[in-house]
Design a protein around this ligand. Structure first.
Ligand SMILES: [Fe+2]
Ligand SMILES: [Fe+2]
Length: 283
């Protein structure tokens, strides 16, 4: 990474940390109105959605160890990763506290969940820091959209505890997405074409971290109402990311076309040996 970008990333991280500490800080113990917890309002559907969110947040040991290894030589990136990991760990913890304090899950059930979650290992879905920044921008945006919808559901249900939880957690996710978008802006300034190609590549292969790790992930998203639709993902995540980054939709579409053209087909020859297997590039 050239020195100017290294310095810029460090400044981005300082700005992120300053806002986190001065404006965005919150406490599981002091800011969640636990005394207003009404177990009667806690439905099984809510329990299933929270369990899914909590499970996905619980891969923090894998997210942080793999992420840190990727960026260990870049001070700003590595220090962001440590702060990010702390905030994500707080998300898993507050979901766990709601699940157990409300009686939706017992401690024994949670212990079983831990064993189930940690039986699988999350690995980096993309190989470079720039691609992971693109992934972070989309993934944090999708998580924010999902938590925003849950916050609205909690408000409608009169669940002040859950509403507060999704407010604080969602605000963190929005800040994480903002950091990744700012990082991509730096990358665009250095290599616009390559960065858009990476964004297209990540978009074409995008899936949430729990997809493929948590058993029946997609079915659970649907049955618990925890997911966001493809339309919401496009309209509330992908298009706003492009707008912020001043990338035209046509530019992304062109990059996707180039990607498809440069990717050998998965089709096996009609006769003869099978072609080498290539990654699937449709979302
Ligand atoms: Fe999170
Ligand atoms: Fe996040």
């Amino acid at each position: 990474m050239p020195a100017i970008t290294r310095d810029n990333v460090y400044r981005l991280y300082l700005d992120f940390l300053e806002t986190a500490e001065n404006k965005r800080g919150w406490s599981i113990f002091n800011d969640i109105p636990w005394n207003e917890l009404d177990a009667a309002r806690a439905t099984q559907t809510t329990g299933q959605a929270l369990e899914l969110f909590c499970s996905e947040e619980m891969y923090v040991p894998d997210y942080s160890s793999n992420g840190l290894q990727l960026v260990r030589s870049m001070f700003g990136m590595a220090w962001f990763q440590t702060r990010w990991a702390f905030e994500e760990s707080r998300h898993g913890l507050v979901f766990r506290e709601y699940l157990t304090r409300s009686g939706l899950r017992s401690e024994a059930e949670f212990a079983a969940l831990e064993s189930c979650v940690f039986a699988n290992l999350w690995t980096l879905p993309f190989a470079t820091a720039r691609q992971m920044a693109c992934y972070g921008a989309l993934q944090e945006g999708a998580t924010y959209a999902a938590y925003k919808a849950q916050r609205e559901k909690a408000r409608e249900a009169g669940d002040k505890v859950l509403e507060a939880i999704f407010f604080y957690v969602g605000r963190d996710e929005a800040a994480h997405g903002g950091f990744y978008r700012a990082l991509i802006q730096l990358e665009l300034a250095q290599d616009r074409e390559g960065t858009i190609a990476d964004l297209a590549y990540v978009f074409s292969k995008f899936k949430m971290p729990g997809d493929g790790l948590i058993p029946n992930y997609k079915e659970r998203l649907v049955s618990s109402g925890a997911g966001v639709t493809p339309r919401v993902f496009l309209e509330h995540v992908v298009w706003p990311v492009l707008t912020t980054l001043k990338i035209g939709r046509e530019e992304l579409k062109l990059a996707l076309k180039k990607l498809a053209a440069s990717t050998p087909s998965n089709l096996s020859p009609i006769c003869g040996r099978s072609a080498a297997r290539q990654p699937r590039l449709t979302s």
